[in-house]
Structures are given as C-alpha cells and as structure tokens.
Ligand binder design. Structure first.
Ligand SMILES: [Fe+2]
Ligand SMILES: [Fe+2]
Length: 234
C-alpha cells in the first residue's frame, strides 16, 4: 500500500515538474545579449576549440560518439550555461573534452576517467589563463560525466545535462539524471518540440554565419552514413 501511494506521489510531482519546464520557452530567450553570448561561444567552439580537439581526440569525426556529438553537446552546454547565468567558457571546454578518450560506441564507463590526462594537457597548452580551481572543476566534470549523479558545481551540472539531453530524447526523460532546470526542460521536450529546437539551433548558426546550410546538411549526411541505425538525424 505504501508503495502505491509513493508511486502516486511520484507521478504527481513529476507531472508538475514536467509541466513547469514545458511551460517555459523552448528556444533560448532571444534578447540581444543572449544572442551575442550564444554566437560568441558557438563560434569559439566551431572555429577555435574543435580544430584543437581534432588533434588530440580519439573520437571519429562523425557517428554516434564522434566530434559532431561533441559539438552538439557544446551547443547544449552554451544554452544551459546562459540559462543558469554561469560562466560559459569552462562549460564549453568541459563539453569539448568530455568524450575525447572515446574509441568506440559500446557501453563504456571508463572513457570519462580516461579523458583526464588528455584534458589536463589540452587545458595547460591551449588555455593557460583558466584559473587552476576552474581547471580542476572542468577535469572532474569530464572525468565523472559517465557515472556522476549529484553535480558538485555548475560546470559538472551543465556538462552532464548537455550530454544527457540526447538520452532523454532517445530513451525517454529520466529526471533523476538531470541537474539543471533548463536540462530538465530540454530533456523532456516532445519529439515535435525537439525538432523545433534543432531547427532553431540550425537557423541560429546560419544566421550568425557560423555554419552554412550546406555544411549542416553535409554533416547530417555523414553522421547518417557512419551510424545509420543509431544516430537520430533531424
Ligand atoms: Fe561520454
Ligand atoms: Fe557524450
């Protein structure tokens, strides 16, 4: 009987949480300040961080856990960091580095810890001005992204949510794995709203001359060719 009431309570609470999140706007609130911040970090990721990552990452360029996945996680991370009003650069760096030791698409909890030496070297070489306490937070966020549940700070919270939104879209929203209000909102979007979100993101990148429409379509085709059965291309 206790289990019955617990389940009813849980269902009601989750329904309220989902309603609260889905009532908020899906796309990033388009103030000129947010737009500028989003464009600055999206451009920084695509033109500065990603080419540097390509030199050190074990990931393939395309495919389920390829660098296009990393780029999508970075774009989600920018959204989450803006929504949480936290410093965006550490979140983007953590997103960029989070799967750098991944060599395959099989279930593998060890690729998080395996990223640590690559991440430390990368940050020391290319981002020496990031303060050491922030470096430690980025490294811990990357190291623990596979198994972490209680995020110790906003860098971990934004990275873990950014990486788990796709799981919410593909396997269903599981609130116990999310850490930020915006993460809850995005992970629980309906398939129709997911499409709206992705279309808005693509339009944003084109409008700000960060990517061309042809580039976006080419990358989708490459992802589809490399991982036709698993990667959801919209
Ligand atoms: Fe991962
Ligand atoms: Fe990932």
């Amino acid at each position: 009987m206790a289990k019955f009431f617990r389940n009813i309570f849980r269902k009601n609470v989750l329904t309220q949480v989902q309603k609260m999140h889905t009532d908020a706007p899906i796309v990033i609130e388009s103030t000129s300040k947010n737009d500028t911040t989003r464009a600055i970090y999206a451009r920084k990721f695509v033109y500065e961080i990603l080419p540097l990552l390509e030199q050190v990452s074990n990931q393939s360029r395309y495919g389920y856990h390829g660098l296009t996945h990393t780029e999508q996680v970075a774009m989600f991370g920018i959204d989450l960091a803006i929504a949480a009003e936290t410093d965006v650069l550490p979140v983007v760096l953590a997103c960029g580095l989070h799967d750098c030791a991944r060599k395959h698409d099989k279930y593998d909890e060890l690729h998080g810890p395996a990223c640590e030496p690559i991440a430390r070297k990368f940050l020391a070489e290319h981002y020496p001005n990031v303060p050491q306490p922030t470096v430690e937070k980025i490294v811990q966020a990357v190291k623990n992204h596979t198994t972490g549940r209680q995020a110790p700070d906003m860098i971990s919270a934004c990275l873990w949510d950014a990486d788990r939104i796709r799981l919410g879209w593909e396997y269903g929203y599981r609130p116990q794995f999310m850490s930020t209000p915006r993460g809850h909102q995005l992970a629980s979007l309906s398939p129709q709203d997911q499409n709206t979100y992705i279309a808005d993101q693509e339009n944003f990148l084109v409008r700000h001359h960060i990517k061309t429409r042809e580039q976006i379509e080419f990358e989708k085709a490459c992802n589809m060719a490399q991982n036709a059965t698993k990667f959801k291309v919209r």
